[in-house]
Write a protein that binds this ligand. Sequence first.
Ligand code: Z5A
Length: 210
Amino acid sequence: MSHGLFITFEGIDGAGKTTHLATLAERLRHQGREVTVTREPGGTPLAETLRECLLHTPMDTLTEALLMFAARRDHLRLVIEPALAAGQVVLCDRFTDATFAYQGHGRGFDLGVLQTLEGWVQTMDGGLRQPDLTLWFDVPPDIAASRLSRARAPDKFESESCAFFERVAAGYAQRAAQAPERFVRIDAHVPRDQVWHQVEAACRQRGWLS
Ligand code: Z5A
């Protein structure tokens, strides 16, 4: 492949996406691809600083949405776009679908405003930057919560109620229905090896994994 690939991993907290992102990176590298692994919010020094605030400081939802998009703009300019231009595969743990799901559906923020911000922030020389593929790890919120309770102390988002995560999950379902050519739903409520097989199948189908 002569051009880069942009693959995002989405889902509610504890859906298991981070585990499979690392495996996919390893498999692609083994096939000779250059891979950039990154995350949102984060991925640059400025965006990582904003991440600390976003995950631990209380703030109103407009502030939260603006900081998410500010971090994203920096991340796109300094990491994602250069890597794609160099023909690399970019694997990103969350991107704009998370803003629609968490700030839009979870917190009830205006989806129209988010759409405007998406247009401002993601418009690059070649048009509106969107992922080539979004792997949406779908798992019932109570299962995700019980996995996380065993794993670590909760941050600001992870401390939200089950009702919040039900809304976030519904937000992801809506985004997936709006862009079926970009989204692949991964049933994440099965053992890890079965989750991986679905990720592998989605990439094989597109000719990205042998
Ligand atoms: N956020 C936002 O609000 N708006 C935005 O625009 C963006 C983000 C971009 C980032 O935190 C937070 O920012 C996020 C939304 C918000 N909310 N939170 N918190 P993060 O990056 O620290 O958190 P995360 O992205 O949700 O990652 P995570 O909590 O690590 O979840 P995960 O990546 O989906 O899961 P995991 O770490 O791979 O696995 C979780 C646990 O489950 C772990 O113990 C695994 O061993 C276990 N696991 C994984 N798979 C399985 C299976 N199949 N069975 C059993 N157990 C499993």
